[in-house]
Design a protein around this ligand. Sequence first.
Ligand code: SAM
Ligand code: DTB
Ligand code: SF4
Length: 330
Amino acid sequence: MTAILHPHPTRKATLRVAPATVARVSHSEIAALFELPFNDLLFRAQTVHRQHHDANAVQLSTLLSIKTGGCSEDCGYCSQSAHHGQAERESLLDVSEVIEAAQAAKDKGATRFCMGAAWRGPKDKDLDQVETMIKAVKGLGMETCVTLGMLKAGQAERLRDAGLDYYNHNLDTSAEHYDKVISTHCHADRLDTLAKVRDAGVKVCCGGILGMGETRADRVALMAELANMATPPESVPINNLVPMPGTPMAGAEAIDPFEFVRTIAVARIIMPASYVRLSAGRQQMNDELQALCFLAGANSIFYGDKLLTTGNPEADHDAALFARLGINGA
Ligand code: SAM
Ligand code: DTB
Ligand code: SF4
């Protein structure tokens, strides 16, 4: 039961996210990885990890919600949806507030600043202010990331020209499971925006959420779709669902923690060069589970006391955990 990771296809790489014409890794190979004994899977993941990354380094990204709540979309997990969300609505933040938060994040050791907006997608006029934010954060010497929803033609280029390094846009779950979670847009819409981001030459941050009632087969399909993009995402956030009060998923059954770790290990093996981010849900994990995720190949976290609307471990707690594990955060 040896799953083989095929080398990248020899054909000239395109800049699109459309699947590689020759799948790098098949569903059955990924399913076989998931089925390995836990120790074998983690050993393989850690071996791959060490071939591509510093084994004791974790990248630190800090999040800020620049526009909160009132979103037209009905994503079943999200506290910011106008359909069911309970997050307090706020209008787009002033640039001065963003700079203050980014400087504070930098002072705490974060190297990337990620700005999120509860939009289906930005209007062209919204981008004027977002461009100013990106330029200001770049000016502090940090990497920039934004997550603004679906993009229209020309918008990714505007963001790139403002100095954007990464655009976050998650596939979130398999194409098959997607319609059970969201009805106001579809999986193909997400791929369309990801293609625009790639084509503009902005790095792609794309992952998903585990624990939304999906099956193992759905997790296999999500991992396959990410790994088989013509260029896999440079950054792969793996979120553990934070059940938000009022949302359809408020009472979702938590995923088995070992299945969560397995998914991280699989992501590491099939996307060896990518940064795999242990994302939402860390506050609900103990230190030991997080250490297992790092052993499985996670090498990035969201760092700072808040995600977008919900909590995250205190920065000081993370610093103490990293010291205990000998991990260098940067
Ligand atoms: N509106 C934009 C969009 O949907 O792309 C950007 C913001 S949206 C909040 C960004 C991502 O946050 C989602 O794609 C999802 O992966 C993650 N997310 C939102 N709520 C979550 C929750 N309760 N638990 C885990 N992840 C969540
Ligand atoms: C991602 O994959 N996770 C982040 C970021 N990209 C934008 C968001 C997590 C949100 C968790 C719930 C909240 O804070 O509202
Ligand atoms: Fe809106 Fe994004 Fe939340 Fe969906 S995940 S409701 S698009 S903010």
